[in-house]
Design a protein around this ligand. Structure first.
Ligand SMILES: C[S@@+](CC[C@H](N)C(=O)[O-])C[C@H]1O[C@@H](n2cnc3c(N)ncnc32)[C@H](O)[C@@H]1O
Length: 277
C-alpha cells in the first residue's frame, strides 16, 4: 500500500488551491444561488448547532467560505472567522464575504488547522465548526482535537458534521465492502478533476488523505478533554461518493434500498468543560 510522500501536506495545498476557482464556478457549489439566498449548510446542522446569535464561531478548513457565510447570514449577531491553508480559498472567501455584505461580521485567515490556536485567538470562541470533507486531510487527530479545544472558551463547543468512514470503505461499483475500514495507510490519489466538476482539467492531482474510523475521532476528542454531548449518523451523503448511490434531486445521495443501509455521514457536539482544567 502507498505511504504518504514527505511533502503530502504541501501537495494537498496545491491540490486545493487549483480547485478553488473550479469550485467557485461549479454548479455543485452554486455560488449564484447562495448569493440569491439559497441555504448552504444542511438542515440537520442548523438544528443541531442551535441558536448562535451574538456568539463567536471559528470554522476550521472553511474552503471558500460558503458554510461560514451561510451561518453568519442565518444568525444575525454571529461573528464568524474561517481558517483554511489554501490562500486561493481564503482570497475567494473574502471576496464572497464582500459580495454578500457580510465582511463586517465574517473574516478569513490563511493557515494550517494544526496551528489554529496560534493563528486565531485562543480561548475566545463559543463554537468551533468543521467537517464535510475536513478530517480526511489530516493525519494527527489528537493534534487537531487539541487545536479545536484551545480555540474554545470554557463551556464552548465543537460541532463536527462529517462524511462517515463507513462510506469510504464501500466499493465504488457496488454496495459492498470494497476497502478496509481500519486501514491506517493513506489513500494516495492522482485522479484529475474534482468531486464538484469531474470533467475539470487539472494539473495538481496528487491528494493524500486518511479514512479515520469513528473510534479514532472519539478517542482524539476525549483525549483532548472534550465532553461529548451527542453523536448522530445519517443514511445519505452530499456528493456522488459511489456510482450506485441514488441522487434524490435535493443534493443528497442515498442508498438504493431503504431496507439495507449503512451510515454515510455523522455529526457530533463536544464541549470544552466549563470548569478549570
Ligand atoms: C472539502 S473542503 C471543506 C469542506 C467544506 N465544507 C466545503 O465543502 O466547502 C476541505 C478544505 O480543507 C482545507 N484543508 C486541507 N488540509 C488543511 C490543513 N492542514 N489546514 C487547513 N486547511 C486544510 C482545504 O484547503 C479545503 O478548503
Amino acid at each position: 500500500m502507498a505511504s504518504a510522500p514527505p511533502d503530502w501536506n504541501e501537495a494537498n495545498r496545491r491540490h486545493w488551491n487549483e480547485r478553488v476557482p473550479i469550485h467557485v464556478a461549479s454548479a455543485f457549489y452554486d455560488v449564484e444561488g447562495f448569493v440569491a439566498g439559497h441555504r448552504q449548510v444542511e438542515p440537520f446542522e442548523i438544528d443541531e448547532l442551535g441558536p448562535l446569535g451574538e456568539l463567536r464561531l471559528a470554522h476550521l478548513q472553511c474552503h471558500f467560505g460558503l458554510d461560514t457565510l451561510d451561518l453568519v447570514r442565518l444568525h444575525p449577531g454571529l461573528i464568524g472567522v474561517g481558517l483554511d491553508f489554501s490562500d486561493q480559498a481564503v482570497a475567494a472567501a473574502r471576496s464572497l464575504a464582500r459580495r454578500v455584505g457580510l465582511d463586517d461580521r465574517c473574516s478569513f485567515v490563511h493557515g494550517d488547522v494544526m496551528a489554529a490556536a496560534s493563528l486565531l485567538d485562543p480561548s475566545s470562541f463559543d463554537v468551533v465548526y468543521t467537517g464535510k470533507g475536513a478530517l480526511g486531510w489530516l493525519n494527527d487527530l489528537a493534534g487537531w482535537a487539541a487545536s479545536a479545544l484551545a480555540l474554545l472558551k470554557p463551556g464552548g463547543f465543537l460541532y463536527l458534521s462529517e462524511f462517515h468512514p463507513v462510506g469510504h470503505a464501500l466499493s465504488f461499483s457496488e454496495p459492498t465492502v470494497g476497502d478496509d475500514y481500519f486501514r491506517t495507510e493513506p489513500w494516495v490519489d492522482e485522479t484529475a478533476g474534482s468531486y464538484a466538476d469531474e470533467s475539470a482539467v487539472t494539473e495538481h492531482n496528487l491528494a493524500v488523505c486518511w479514512n479515520h474510523p469513528i473510534s479514532s475521532v472519539l478517542t482524539a476528542l476525549l483525549g483532548a478533554g472534550f465532553e461529548i454531548r451527542f453523536f448522530h449518523e445519517f443514511d445519505y451523503t452530499l456528493f456522488r461518493l459511489n456510482e450506485w448511490l441514488v441522487d434524490d434531486g435535493h443534493g443528497h445521495w442515498r442508498w438504493p434500498s431503504e431496507s439495507a443501509r449503512l451510515p454515510l455521514m455523522y455529526s457530533l457536539k463536544a464541549f470544552r468543560p466549563a470548569g478549570p482544567g
